[in-house]
Design a protein around this ligand. Structure first.
Ligand code: ZN
Length: 383
């Protein structure tokens, strides 16, 4: 694969991240383009032959909305689904955000000329990783407390899309490894005139031309203001909202994890003899859930919410199971709505996830819950 062509693609994505930086949410950005975007576009202009390169900004934005496979003249990385465009509704598309946050930032592969503004986004993103690192180190000596604080922090970020300093003080004044400032650094101030909206299913919303849009339309895309899961947050002094990268990387993937954890905790409360314990993020997030049953068996679960099963298949590896994390059965669990979006989702995963042992089960969250209920029934009959 031609690496210099991948670099052009990365420049283009990073340039667009800067161009559509969330703090400019309500204004269409104007000339001049960020430097990176200009460089990527210059190369595109030279390589495009079948379709002429647009002569206006409007034309360029329209082109960038089109599926890449219909016009893009250079190599597209396999992690980017070319059935989608780079922008959508005049903002960075879900596919491009995913590529930026899951590929470029995760592997610290920012093009070296990334601007201060983009470096800033990367830094925000590393704030959480630094905290995670600190807690993982503390876990070596003080496992129980480090684990409790990790769960407190992670759950707070998933459930508090907006917060205030007062709330942070209440929650984090007694923690040993996490300070109020650490958590506050993962939020940004809401301005007094900002319209603050929130969806219970996907977090803070952006208002554009009177319409609300979520961070990831494939997860949740109906945000009419009269729906019960869409709420207006009234502004008060000190109100702040999750930073975009934390929302994308930490909060959003956590929503189905908490949903399944809460459902299993209900089962545990009803049948503590058979489902003895449900632990969230054991070993500071080595996997998502650990279930202990009355017969001594242990199940390990990781929940993954990807639109495209081919993208997910690249991520699936054997679940770590050393020491306290030992398990007898392992499961990758997919939110059920993904299977509605694509009926052959699980079959594709099974076929494409070549690094996954055959013994690891692949289930929807609903099917997994049923499997747990079956196991409880089996144990109760044996008695
Ligand atoms: Zn939503």
């Amino acid at each position: 694969m031609d690496n210099s062509e991948i670099i052009i693609f990365d420049l283009l994505v990073v340039g667009l991240v800067e161009f559509f930086r969330p703090d400019t949410q309500d204004q269409i950005p104007k000339y001049p383009y960020p430097d990176l975007l200009r460089r990527a576009c210059n190369t595109l202009a030279l390589k495009m032959s079948a379709i002429p390169y647009p002569s206006t900004l409007e034309g360029l934005l329209t082109l960038l909305e089109k599926p890449l496979q219909t016009w893009y003249p250079l190599v597209i990385p396999q992690e980017f689904d070319s059935e989608y465009g780079l922008i959508y509704d005049r903002a960075l598309s879900e596919e491009a955000s995913q590529y930026f946050y899951e590929q470029l930032l995760k592997r610290a592969q920012l093009p070296e000329f990334a601007s201060v503004k983009v470096q800033q986004i990367a830094l925000e993103n590393f704030q959480f990783l630094r905290l995670l690192d600190k807690l993982q180190q503390a876990y070596e000596k003080d496992a129980e407390r480090a684990q409790t604080e990790y769960v407190l922090l992670r759950r707070f970020l998933i459930e508090h899309h907006y917060t205030t300093l007062e709330q942070l003080r209440n929650k984090f004044s007694k923690t040993s490894y996490i300070s109020i400032d650490d958590v506050g650094g993962l939020y940004e101030d809401c301005k007094e005139n900002d319209a603050c909206w929130c969806c219970d299913r996907c977090g803070p919303l952006i208002e554009k031309h009177g319409h609300l849009r979520g961070i990831k339309p494939s997860v949740c895309n109906d945000h009419r203001k009269n729906l019960s899961h869409v709420r207006r947050i009234s502004w008060k002094r000190g109100l702040c909202r999750l930073k975009f990268g934390i929302h994308w990387r930490v909060c959003l993937p956590g929503i189905p994890e908490i949903r399944l954890f809460d459902a299993l905790t209900q089962l545990h409360k009803q049948q503590p003899e058979y489902l003895c314990e449900v632990q969230l993020w054991p070993g500071i997030d080595r996997y998502d859930l650990q279930l202990r049953f009355g017969d001594g068996s242990v199940w390990a679960v990781d929940i993954k919410d990807y639109r495209n099963p081919y993208d997910l298949a690249l991520q699936l590896k054997p679940i770590f199971g050393e020491g306290d994390l030992h398990y007898d059965e392992s499961f990758y669990v997919i939110p059920n709505y993904r299977l509605h979006q694509r009926q052959d989702y699980i079959e594709i995963l099974r076929e494409e996830a070549t690094e996954l042992p055959k013994s690891t089960h692949l289930f929807s969250d609903i099917a997994f819950e049923e499997r747990v209920i079956d196991k409880i029934m089996l144990l109760s009959k044996r008695k």
